[in-house]
Design a binder for this molecule. Structure first.
Ligand code: FAD
Length: 586
């Protein structure tokens, strides 16, 4: 309900409370009003699939590492992947690639189990290069395969090369009689056991040029070596042994193939934050239901002040994750050759939202303690899976290296853009498959963050704005030197400070669009002040920090405004009221 487009006329406190209460997913009540009728039904059927499967079977399949054939059968019957992952040009009816709609599925799949999300996610990645290519025959074949219920895979990583995809060893060797023979191995490739097509990245062995092509697991020269994981997922090592490739299997060559790899990751990494939101939301219900019913020393556990604080912290962080990620959808969908702001917001959904997810689970686990280990709890999976998300699709470091490239333009050279409304309408996101060259990131411009910050003056937002001003001053008078720029740990801390400014900006924009309760917003910024202070302190303690930098870092360390009633208000209004609102069917 909250994911709906701008809430016209949200004015009264009561309206704001009810909008804010609808922020987190509750599968029992979520109406998905922002989607068209058919899409609403499909998302609700996905929820029903998991509720009918039940928690016991869900957990058993996880423990026994059962391949999720039942979910894939559901997707095939209901044409879930086909409807959501076929661009409108390649399909009829309600088929379109719509980031807003896809994020509803991301969240639901994270909510019920990261394994189910993963098979959808790697299908998205596998489809990326195909939908981006000019190979119309492959696109036609892919649309048919999707319609028949196929999944897809993305063969980028190799065992020896990690993030360094420049050095890919998968090779295509030209043959005298025409065509090529593919040889090499790929590692960590989800769905590569059963995919209809495996989009594979490599190089031509003669020219060294990059190439993206498709391979089929059913071919006799495709060797499925093993599952490198012990999980429900099949994350494969596969080898191509003299696998014949013709021009008809090639998706792109040279620079286009390279861009295809990075542009696909731009689209895919966005989903990780949404999976994190889904995981944290389910874990939150479980933890709260447990703690509110647990009676110790003649008190409910939730009567302890520190327990309330941990819950409020977890709730506030989760609400912030969702507000940010929702607003980032708008920028993904509005992206164009002249508006590449998504290039900052997408890695932030990946890096910032997923690391915040870890904080949420940490806080909840401190409350529920032993219960979080029990095999019947969703929480047991959440505690394991939440840690995966910051590490996939590029580590936190790799994403931060990308994010800091935007810092100078963000602070010092704002661009001018018209106001962007919520983007929940049912259109195909064409641009995501025509992103073009991946160079020139440093030229990307952003709208002025001060515009939205100037419209909010709650006590903690005021303090946070002082921290921002000090960070800007740091970048002017304490500009990092050459050696500091080479020190990745220094850059990482600076990047964390920058990230918090951008995070706050989109949170405020979304809060204004939706009409979120100001008191919750103030609490969100109380947490952000603490985080900002932590990173400023870390920067201060670095050996290479200059005296000027140290002085500014010390001044950045600030305390949130003291307001006990605000904390108890959030506890009473938003946290405790979620008690017994959702429990997965047994
Ligand atoms: C469960 C799972 C599923 C996966 N699924 C797929 C899939 O379907 N398809 C696919 O292609 N891949 C897949 N991967 C691979 C995944 O994307 C990579 O594991 C991930 O990008 C990180 O690479 P790495 O683990 O090899 O780390 P490495 O690249 O070996 O990095 C090692 C360390 O160096 C740091 N580092 C590396 N480069 C830089 C840099 N430029 N700047 C700063 N620091 C740097 C990293 O942060 C890290 O700390 C999967 C991996 C797993 C575990």
């Amino acid at each position: 309900m909250l994911l709906n487009s701008a809430q016209d006329g949200v004015q009264t406190k009561q309206d704001k409370i009810s909008v804010t209460k609808g922020l987190l997913l509750n599968p029992n009540t979520e109406s998905y009003e922002h989607l068209d009728e058919q899409s609403q039904q499909l998302v609700k059927k996905t929820i029903a699939f998991f509720e009918n499967k039940g928690k016991e079977k869900l957990k058993n399949d996880d423990h026994e590492r059962v391949w999720y054939a039942d979910f894939l059968e559901f997707s095939k019957t209901e044409k879930l992947f086909a409807t959501f992952l076929t661009p409108d040009k390649s399909g009829e009816g309600n088929k379109r690639w719509d980031t807003s709609r896809n994020c509803a599925i991301n969240e639901v799949l994270g909510f019920y189990g990261l394994n189910y999300w993963y098979t959808w996610q790697v299908t998205i990645l596998g489809l990326g290069p195909i939908w981006m290519s000019n190979n119309e025959a492959i696109k036609e074949k892919t649309a048919q395969l999707l319609d028949d219920g196929a999944i897809f895979a993305f063969g980028l990583s190799e065992k020896e090369h990690g993030a360094d995809i420049y050095t890919s060893d998968m090779g295509l060797t030209p043959q005298k009689e025409g065509g090529y023979l593919a040889n090499g191995s790929k590692y960590y490739i989800g769905n590569a056991n059963e995919a209809g097509l495996v989009s594979t990245f490599g190089k031509f062995t003669d020219s060294g040029e990059y190439v993206f092509f498709v391979a089929e697991p059913t071919h006799e020269n495709y060797e499925l070596v093993k599952n490198v994981l012990n999980s429900q997922n099949y994350v494969a090592e596969y080898k191509l042994n003299d696998y014949p490739i013709g021009e008809e299997q090639i998706l792109a060559k040279g620079r286009d193939a390279w861009d295809m790899a990075l542009n696909t990751v731009n689209v895919g990494k966005f989903n990780l934050g949404w999976a994190s939101i889904g995981i944290c939301t389910h874990a939150f219900y479980e933890a709260l239901n447990h703690a509110t019913h647990r009676h110790l020393f003649d008190h409910y556990v939730t009567d302890f002040v520190h327990v309330q604080e941990l819950f409020v912290d977890a709730y506030v962080r989760l609400a912030a994750m969702k507000l940010f990620a929702m607003r980032a959808i708008d920028y993904m969908r509005a992206a164009s050759p002249d508006d590449r702001r998504y290039l900052l917001f997408s890695p932030m959904v990946k890096m910032k939202v997923t690391t915040q997810g870890e904080e949420v689970i940490n806080a909840l686990w401190d409350v529920i303690a032993a219960k979080g280990f029990e095999k019947d709890m969703y929480f047991e999976m959440a505690a394991r899976d939440i840690r995966a998300l910051p590490k996939l699709e590029g580590t936190v470091h790799v994403n931060m290296a990308l994010i800091v490239k935007f810092m100078a333009n963000y602070f010092f050279k704002p661009g001018s853009y018209t106001h962007l409304n919520r983007q929940t309408h049912g259109k195909n996101d064409d641009f995501l498959f025509q992103q073009g060259a991946t160079k020139g990131l440093g030229k990307t411009r952003f709208h002025d963050y001060k515009k939205i910050y100037s419209q909010f003056n709650q006590p903690n937002i005021k303090i946070f704005k002082k921290q921002i001003r000090l960070l800007k001053l740091f970048l002017i008078v304490g500009k990092p030197g050459k050696e500091q720029i080479k020190d990745f740990d220094f850059l990482l801390n600076l990047g964390e400070l920058f990230t918090l400014v951008v995070y706050g900006q989109l949170i405020l924009e979304n809060a204004q669009l939706l009409g979120v309760d100001d008191q919750l917003l103030d609490q969100i910024f109380a947490v952000m002040i603490r985080d900002f202070s932590k990173f400023a302190l870390q920067l201060y303690t670095k050996g290479s920090t200059t005296l000027t930098q140290q002085t500014l870092c010390r001044r950045m360390v600030k305390r949130p405004a003291k307001n006990n009633s605000s904390l108890s208000y959030v506890w009473d209004t938003y946290v405790h009221s979620m008690k017994d609102q959702y429990e997965m069917k047994p």
